[in-house]
Design a protein around this ligand. Structure first.
Ligand code: ATP
Ligand code: MG
Length: 457
């Protein structure tokens, strides 16, 4: 008879202990440990894995590389985020909030992959065949190479995979599937880990690309243990404002490409369409009437320059400690910029609340946004405006100097394309190579100089 044992597992980080604890010693989460029942022979069952086809030592130079190692999805934004398409035999995790469009993006891309002749299996553990059929008709997904399986048992899914031997498999979602080897409920850490390791083994041994859809917890991290992120090759997050139609796809980890890339999509009734010019989208709601505290900056997200509007609001505080709120810009970065404005420009903000917002839901970490933030705050505090056809680029040092930024050439040409007439840039970046004709470049070396040169009128 199999002896039944139980353990307490942290649902956030996967920490295991034999008894209950209120606080996880590993990730410090409160009330995150839940009891999971495990059969004693559990370990032996989960170790019954296939061997890698090439599990003998070989010379690196003798290994031949398959030319068609990447599968293009036909969605340029997705391919770009992945570093050129799905890699053969890789395990990709796509996480996101409920209803953000994870099933939509995978269904659309699997339809495209199937059209290129790749046998694709969409295994859904959340929706019935007729529901997926209805969705695929709306999205215009149809191909003779696209198979559908509605199943929650991972062993049955594995059988289905062995039966039709597809090149690409989608599991929707990893939290809804379960393995017979583990007796805890679907979605628990042990189940997710077990199912993921079965799929990882399948991907690496038979060269099948497996895409896992995963839910995120209310804190925005992928539900299930951190080990899930370690096990897979690529982690993508699908995010966006649920009240707006655009969605952003980010890479958190990529073994086969850069993690800085960003894909932008628009959710329409016929599915997700790619947004090829994100700057236009982020600046679309900008009003022509000039208000104080609004400037346009240029930042790079991966290899692509994006123009974003920064808004600031400065007002007398009614609290003992003034409030500082930053949305879309690093909070500490904003505090540092405010300190430089106080010390080097003489702007007194000690009794003022300051709100800074990067419009459009983008979240930028690029230092070249500094100068834009400083100018938005300074112009709002002094109730003056920055010329609306000026784009602001520059990093601020602690002594108030404007520092060199990277990829300036790209940022300037993107600004010119969108009709900007002037660019305030760091002097140390001058001269700008391949300067477009229709844009005037103004070099600045100090913050105070930047403020005086950018104010309109
Ligand atoms: N007819 C429609 N017109 C426009 N948008 C639609 C339509 N039907 C669905 N959508 C969009 O698709 C979204 C649902 O997409 P999808 O089912 O791919 O999300 P999901 O991330 O897989 O959700 P879940 O986590 O529940 O599985 C809806 O939130 C909505 O924005
Ligand atoms: Mg779904």
């Amino acid at each position: 008879m199999v002896k039944v044992k139980s353990k307490w597992v942290c649902q956030q980080c996967g920490y295991e202990t034999s008894g209950y604890l209120g606080k996880c010693p590993d990730c410090s989460g409160w009330g995150t440990l839940t009891e999971e029942v495990t059969a004693k022979d559990n370990k032996a069952a989960s170790l019954k894995f296939d061997k890698f086809p090439d599990s003998t030592p070989q010379l690196l130079r003798d290994i031949s590389l398959d030319e068609n190692i990447r599968y293009k999805t036909g969605m340029a934004e997705l391919d770009n985020v992945l570093g050129g398409g799905f890699v053969k035999g890789s395990l990709v995790l796509i996480g996101g909030d409920p209803g953000i469009g994870k099933s939509t993006i995978t269904l659309q891309s699997s339809g495209n992959l199937a059209k290129t002749g790749l046998k694709t299996l969409y295994a859904s553990a959340e929706e019935s065949s007729s529901q997926i059929k209805m969705c695929s008709e709306r999205l215009g997904v149809d191909s003779e190479n696209l198979y559908l399986l509605t199943e929650t048992n991972i062993e049955e899914i594995k059988k289905g995979i062995e039966q039709i031997s597809p090149k690409v498999v989608i599991i929707d979602s990893i939290q809804a599937v379960y393995s017979m080897n583990v007796s805890s409920s679907p979605g628990s850490v042990s189940q997710v880990r077990e199912c993921c390791s079965i799929l990882m083994n399948l991907a690496k041994c038979s060269g099948i690309t497996i895409i896992l859809i995963s839910h995120v917890t209310k804190d925005g991290v992928i539900a299930g243990p951190k080990v899930l992120e370690h096990m897979v090759d690529t982690v993508l997050y699908f995010e966006g404002d649920r009240y707006k139609s655009y969605r952003i796809l980010r890479t958190m980890k990529n073994r086969f490409g850069s993690t800085n890339e960003l894909g932008i999509f628009n959710m329409e009734s016929t599915g997700l369409t790619e947004v090829t010019n994100p700057s236009e989208l982020f600046l679309s709601e900008r009003t022509d009437s000039i208000t104080s505290g609004s400037v346009v900056i240029a930042v790079n997200e991966g290899t692509r320059p994006i123009l974003v509007e920064i808004q600031a609001l400065v007002g007398t505080t009614s609290y003992p400690t003034p409030r500082r709120v930053a949305t879309g810009i690093g909070y500490n970065r904003v505090l540092q910029i405010l300190a430089v404005l106080e010390k080097r420009v003489g702007l007194n903000l000690s009794k003022q609340d300051v709100y800074v917002n990067a419009v459009g839901g983008i979240n930028t970490q690029e230092p070249s946004a500094d100068l834009g933030v400083a100018l938005a705050v300074a112009t709002c505090a002094r109730n003056v405006t920055v010329d609306p056809s000026t784009v602001i680029i520059g990093e601020i040092g602690l002594s108030g100097e404007i520092r060199r930024v990277s990829n300036l050439e790209q940022k300037i040409s993107e600004s010119e394309k969108l009709g900007f007439k002037k660019a305030i840039v760091p002097t140390s970046n001058l001269p700008v190579k391949n300067k477009p004709e229709n844009i005037e470049i103004i070099g600045v070396s100090r913050l105070i100089e930047a403020i005086s040169k950018s104010i309109s009128g």
